[in-house]
Write a new protein. Structure first.
Length: 247
């Protein structure tokens, strides 16, 4: 579990240079478009959209970009014709890899994902080949410092959380069923308990350990996948250690 939280955080470290920031803005724009497409353009009535907007603001996406993305999602502007496509496969060492994409052309994205997997020593699989190894969960991570564990536990248990644990680095992680994510998110916000990371994501039921060289190859594959413009999230059952993250 800790490894997956760390991997999710990689996505929030982008934007250090203009080119990377532009790529991240493009990914977040797609998330806003899809959220508005499915739930309407009012963030007060559309939690998914509100979360997508908050994520965009956190990396200083301009208000005009956000507004255009919402209008694309509601059909007021062109460019909102996208679909969600899940790709599954295997990385070096046979680890499971899943990537969730938002694309306006699956005939382009599919072959590109196959190429990325192949170049990095992996292989795209058929639908369902590894998804059975994962569960969709709401995941919240809190900093160790300044977090009241008793208060955190109380709020979590009263609002549908299914697990609370202390990670190896001392941070706290709360997991929930996907349908409890919004309730928990609102409860933590009301209690003024900010999260380091909060997402609905695919979490592996069990993790796999690999030797250092093979693990590095997997990390290169994950980074190559995440670098693709259409990819929103990447999940793996590799146990990602602190040493891997530092390298």
């Amino acid at each position: 579990m800790a490894g997956h939280s760390k991997w999710a955080n990689i996505q929030h470290r982008k934007g250090r240079v203009d080119a990377a920031r532009g790529k991240l803005w493009s990914k977040l724009s797609k998330g806003i478009i899809m959220a508005a497409k499915h739930g309407g353009g009012d963030p007060d009535a559309n939690f998914r959209l509100r979360k997508a907007i908050d994520d965009a603001k956190a990396v200083s996406m301009p208000k005009d970009n956000i507004a255009r993305a919402i209008k694309r999602g509601t059909g007021e502007l062109a460019g909102g014709d996208m679909e969600e496509v899940l790709y599954e496969g295997y990385g070096p060492g046979g680890v499971a890899v899943m990537c969730e994409t938002l694309t306006d052309n699956r005939n382009r994205t599919g072959p590109e994902m196959k190429t990325i997997f192949g170049k990095q020593g992996g292989e795209i699989g058929k639908s369902g080949c590894v998804s059975y190894l994962f569960d969709r969960k709401g995941v919240f991570v809190f900093a160790a410092e300044g977090c009241n564990e008793e208060k955190l536990t109380e709020i979590a248990l009263e609002n549908g959380a299914e697990d609370i644990e202390t990670l190896d680095d001392g941070r706290f992680q709360v997991t929930s069923p996907p349908d409890a994510y919004e309730t928990l998110s609102n409860a933590f916000q009301v209690a003024e308990m900010p999260t380091e990371m909060s997402e609905v994501m695919m979490v592996a039921q069990t993790s796999v350990d690999l030797d250092a060289d093979t693990a590095k190859k997997v990390m290169r594959l994950l980074e190559a996948i995440d670098d693709h413009d259409d990819v929103q999230t990447v999940s793996t059952n590799l146990n990602i250690t602190d040493e891997m993250m530092e390298e």
